[in-house]
Design a protein around this ligand. Structure first.
Ligand code: AVI
Length: 321
């Protein structure tokens, strides 16, 4: 490993983003935060992943919502302020509008262009629901602005995005949600459950290579964010379930020796990656149902109801504040 930094490149637009990327790229075990997977193209690639036969979570969760929607609405309550975290194309929440009848819908996502387009379409379909789009990274800090009504906030966190945090981060994140809930709010969360390795390996390394493109696209995004010069063809996708760690890990592996350059705070930095060296880009934790409930309860929520599919591959949990 060889890393260097000198003072001659222009400062990146967002110093915080540049610092975070720099920290990961120069770490002995290199990493890039999974939030950087979601630029405009990354969000579209993730949408495509959700259509893949191998990627079961989206359709399994959708089937749970379709089958139990009326009961979910009875338990979660009608007319809430529905705060959709990581809303993407807003399709999952929109499918629940007819049963949940929210008084306000707040779509939160880091990828703002994508979000605004999706919300514009939704406003036309559901003119009776007040809607807000919030472009923010809610993974580290979380405070909702005053335009989000405080009464009966129901946080909607589907798709098992909670699995992209470590269990400690998930606990802290859910604790922050709990504080934003007030005393009459709650959370409706989707959690992917542990299952056989073959199913999980295929879900994160599909035959068409869409997940590979999604993972590799993070390098294109980093090139854009910090003026890096990653050659995308020089990297290979890995997505493998590690049962002993309870998670799928995504990595990018260098296929040949290369020197990569990027900007950090006006400094020109570089690192040599040897063949086989990896950049860790994502963890996707797979929970036992009891552990997911324990996590919610340790965060200050009280789990009220769990819905699963017949194979028990995925759980939708409602917990109240
Ligand atoms: C968004 N998140 C829950 C997805 C997952 O399954 O961890 C992201 C993803 N990564 C690869 N495929 C999908």
């Amino acid at each position: 490993m060889h890393i260097s930094c000198t003072q001659d490149r222009p400062r990146a637009a967002n110093a915080h983003v540049a610092d975070e990327l720099h920290a990961g790229l120069q770490a002995p075990g290199a990493w890039i935060s999974p939030k950087f997977l979601y630029d405009a193209l990354g969000s579209k690639l993730f949408e495509a992943i959700c259509e893949l036969p191998e990627y079961y979570p989206t359709r399994t969760e959708a089937a749970i919502f379709a089958r139990h929607g009326a009961e979910i609405a009875r338990v979660a309550g009608l007319g809430a302020t529905l705060v959709d975290l990581g809303a993407g194309n807003c399709a999952k929440a929109a499918a629940l509008f007819p049963v949940l009848a929210p008084s306000q819908y707040v779509a939160v996502d880091i990828s703002t262009g994508f979000l605004r387009e999706a919300l514009e379409r939704l406003r036309q379909r559901f003119p009776q629901i007040a809607m807000e789009a919030l472009g923010m990274d809610f993974s580290s800090r979380f405070e909702l602005p005053p335009q989000v009504r405080a009464a009966r906030r129901l946080f909607f966190y589907p798709g098992s995005s909670i699995g992209n945090f470590t269990p400690d981060e998930a606990l802290a994140f859910l604790g922050r949600l709990r504080l934003q809930c007030g005393d009459d709010g709650g959370v409706l969360i989707g959690v992917d459950l542990a299952k056989d390795k073959a199913t999980l390996d295929a879900a994160y390394d599909d035959a068409l290579g869409v997940t590979a493109a999604f993972n590799l696209n993070v390098l294109r995004h980093v090139n854009h964010l910090v003026g890096a010069d990653f050659d995308i063809r020089a990297w290979r996708h890995h997505g493998v379930y590690q049962p002993e760690r309870g998670r799928v890990e995504m990595h990018l592996e260098a296929v040949r020796r290369q020197e990569v350059h990027w900007n950090c705070g006006g400094k020109a930095c570089s690192r040599v990656f040897e063949p086989g060296e990896r950049i860790h880009t994502e963890n996707s934790y797979k929970y036992q149902q009891a552990d997911a409930i324990a996590l919610l309860e340790r965060s200050g929520f009280e789990a009220t109801r769990v819905w699963t599919d017949p194979q028990r591959w995925f759980a939708v949990i409602h917990a109240q504040a």
